[in-house]
Design a protein around this ligand. Sequence first.
Ligand code: SF4
Length: 379
Amino acid sequence: METGLYVHVPFCIKKCNYCDFISYPYHEVDVKAYLVGLEQEMKLYSQSPVFQSREISTVYIGGGTPTCLSAFNLGKIINDVFKYFHVYTGAEVTMEANPGTVNPHLLASVQAAGVNRLSLGVQSCRDDELRLLGRIHSFRQAKETFLMAREAGLHNIGVDLISGLPGQSALEWMETLKNIIALEPDHVSAYGLQLEAGTPLYEDVQSGSLAPCSEEEELEMFLQTGDFLGEYGFDHYEISNFATPGRQCRHNLIYWHNQEYLGIGPAAHSFINGYRYANEQQILAYKNVLDAECLPVANKEKIDTVTEMAETVFLGLRLLKGLSLDCFKKRFGCAIDEVYPVPLQKLTDMGLVEIAGGYLRLTRRGLPVANRVFIEFLP
Ligand code: SF4
């Protein structure tokens, strides 16, 4: 089984207006404590029998904003990953980057240290939308960053976009897609905006000062995205993800196949040997536990078979190819239609899922309402 390694870098220059991820303002003292703690955590895992024999097939350095760290500190993190874990030769090593936080030296350094895939948070090509989202960069800066990354030798670049913004029209969303295609990325992640409670955008929509995007507009943008990117040779391989040939994100495929991953850093999550772990969120708490030479795990939960089956189904259904019926049977010792006869019949009758070529998958009609489909499999 493949194992992915996720490294959480919990710092951002400024909080975006839609973001509820765990990230903290960049303060030298916290960054220093984090970096010391991160190496301590890697060292502890390298001494654990579970990881001494385990090979890492993908590494993902995400955040937060990893690129708000210096080239030196990022290089150290990457070198430590290779020092403390058995990383496959040819492993995919992704780093998230945000425009406005990178320079040619930083990109060349991380590329030389082993990063071979960049995930760039562009979000929109319209500066009015970037301001609404509270991003720190313009589209011009995003383009410059993209070209800088190519110059630095990064041949596998994905861009992240957000659709369904308050006040955004399908025409404006298309403008973003066209500008992105002109950059010739290898991968596009196009997520619909989630209004998370407590964020400024959520509050503005709640108070009526911003009108949310309607469900009809969201659906139009979703369908538009698949059709448009398809014309340019992108394979729509996951609900929100599109790749040129051979450029699917291997790290995220581990999540969608419900395989094992280790998350390190404050607030990181892991799924190892049937347990889900969540790390301490606060940097001080994270560092204090590590100083006592213990792993900084705040929560540990045994995932029972019923839950693991349900998660395997709805994560697998996120993939356009679907969930392999054979893999399900090998993993759990029973066929999927024995476990879920009622939901499968109901969703098939509604035209939302189908079984074809040994896979259970969402139909074109089921894709935009995937969340409603997933609920049917919850224990
Ligand atoms: S850069 Fe990313 S992690 Fe940081 S605040 Fe913005 S959306 Fe959140």
